[in-house]
Ligand binder design. Structure first.
Ligand SMILES: [Zn+2]
Length: 235
């Protein structure tokens, strides 16, 4: 199977590319670049969240303030009542005083709510500003390390280009469907993609082949492992 040998050689060449990819992924430049990128992706949503929270709290505050003013005005009417002028009985005076007391209790409770909402607003504002500050620093990191990483990548571009052209030349000798399967497995992060059969087992995950798979392998020269989805070939 010359196709098979080409595929084996192809994977060996591809391995040199994978090694470069791994080395690049492990650089400080790439890590800092990815860290900033990830942070910035999530930050906008969180910042929007804080804004929505602040808007909701501002609504609560203005409702509470309005209610407070209404109750305060009502209470003032009571305090303007001249009790000596009331024709009344003690019962009426007691009624007024009871109402005034209730209003003043409500005012106190509203005042507590107002303080609590204001504290929440301050906390949200602080969190928002902290995140904004961190976002600005991450934006700086993103820009800086994007450039630094691009330079690191550029440093290996010639090697990568050479390997890719070698691979492209080999691809002509590999059946399209096999190549497509190889590439999709490689993209999924499976490595190695093709493995030799070892003692009737998958050379990677060691799963034993069924008799049916064995005869299929003998017939076709290669099959896919049911367990790890690598391509098993017979040497
Ligand atoms: Zn396997």
């Amino acid at each position: 199977m010359s196709n098979l040998q080409t595929l084996i050689d192809y994977q060996a060449t591809d391995k040199t590319l994978l090694d470069i990819e791994k080395a690049l992924a492990a650089t400080e430049e790439r890590k800092k670049y990815m860290q900033a990128r990830k942070f910035l992706k999530g930050a906008q949503t969180t910042l929007d969240g804080y804004e929505n929270k602040a808007v909701a709290l501002a609504g609560d505050l203005s409702r509470l303030e309005k209610h407070y003013e209404e109750v305060a005005a009502e209470l003032k009417e009571f305090s303007d009542v001249d009790f000596s002028e009331l024709e009344n009985s003690e019962g009426e005076t007691a009624f007024f005083k009871k109402n005034a007391q209730a209003l003043s209790d409500t005012l106190r409770s509203l005042k507590r709510d107002l303080i609590s909402v204001k504290e929440k607003m301050e906390a949200v504002t602080k969190e928002y500003l902290d995140l904004k500050k961190k976002t600005l620093s991450m934006q700086k990191q993103f820009k800086e390390y994007k450039e630094k990483y691009a330079a690191v990548e550029q440093g290996r571009a010639a090697e990568v280009k050479e390997i890719r052209s070698k691979l492209a030349a080999m691809e002509k000798d590999i059946p399209a469907d096999v190549l497509e399967r190889y590439k999709s497995r490689r993209k999924e992060g499976l490595w190695p993609v093709i493995v030799p059969l070892k003692e009737k087992r998958c050379g990677f995950c060691r799963m034993e082949l069924s008799n049916a798979d064995n005869s299929k392998l003998n017939e076709k020269g290669a099959i896919e492992c049911e367990n790890c989805h690598r391509i098993i070939y017979k040497q």
